[in-house]
Design a binder for this molecule. Sequence first.
Ligand SMILES: [Zn+2]
Length: 150
Amino acid sequence: MNKRIFLKIFSSILLGFYLPKKLIAIESPKIINPNLTAEQKKIMFGEGTERAGTSPLNFEKRKGSYHCANCNAKLFESVSKFDSGTGWPSFNEAIPGAFKTKIDYSFGMKRIEYHCAKCGAHHGHVFNDGPGPNGKRYCNNGLCLIFIPD
Ligand SMILES: [Zn+2]
């Protein structure tokens, strides 16, 4: 085979395999906590949702902060928590910079999905019908959160 043709094919194979993987790697979430359960992994890295009303955090009313169950990043203060009646822990404000968002078109709906800015784990969806001054409602899977009382 002609050397130039070989190099051309070889470099396009490299670009085809190596480059996209590298691009994905920047955005791909990382499992940091080795003790995550299968259910937690399904939600955080498979964009799953826990069954409504199953999280004990729905009833958590103490002062403290809510952290990412994977990387421990601080995500919410207890003052922003409110009872939305949805069956998922809900907050009207997140710690600035705690999350990155993307548009989720699954189930025929257009929703804003958010994930931990530090580790990339999926946490929930944010809606514009919240009670606070900014009108946000962060609907978070309880399994993705760790509550740390003050
Ligand atoms: Zn995290």
